[in-house]
Write a new protein. Structure first.
Length: 156
């Protein structure tokens, strides 16, 4: 005789996972770096000005929306910052999207990580801060602006 397991009517609460949304790498010479990644991988590079710290945005997807975000799921864009002798831990790293930078800073500290400095605002994108994980890796977290959160919801 076959037995049937009755499905519970209770919904299982899914724990929220904070996704990796961006990568960052240091560059000594942004023009040389941009030429390399464009030639080697076909990435499109956008050189930002001094008001944005001479940051270079890297588009790694062939198809992007009006805001420059990849249309295909699973692809992230990134950026390059200028190497500087007065900045710690200048290594390739990832940026994780979080609901609250302050709450996530507390979680990082409680989990054994070390927050580097204070959160800073990246105009049009959100609040950003870096930390060291328990293995010494520099990782960053970003709390997107309300506009960015709405755009992400619309893309889903």
């Amino acid at each position: 005789m076959a037995t049937h397991k009755r499905k519970s009517s209770k919904k299982t609460k899914v724990k929220k996972i904070d996704p990796v949304v961006h990568f960052e790498m240091p560059a000594e010479d942004r023009k040389r770096m941009a030429k390399f990644y464009t030639k080697a991988f076909g990435w499109q590079m956008q050189m930002l000005g001094e008001d944005m710290g001479n940051y270079v945005l890297a588009t790694t997807a062939a198809e992007v929306d009006k805001k420059g975000r990849p249309k295909k799921k699973g692809i992230i864009n990134g950026g390059f910052y200028t190497k500087s002798n007065d900045m710690p831990a200048q290594y390739p790293s990832v940026v994780i999207a979080v609901d609250s930078v302050k709450r996530s800073m507390n979680k990082v500290t409680k989990a054994g990580g070390k927050v580097i400095g204070e959160p800073m605002e990246i105009p049009g994108f959100g609040m950003y801060v870096s930390f060291f994980d328990t293995e010494g890796n520099r990782v960053s977290i970003m709390e997107p602006t309300e506009e960015m959160k709405e755009l992400a919801k619309a893309a889903d």
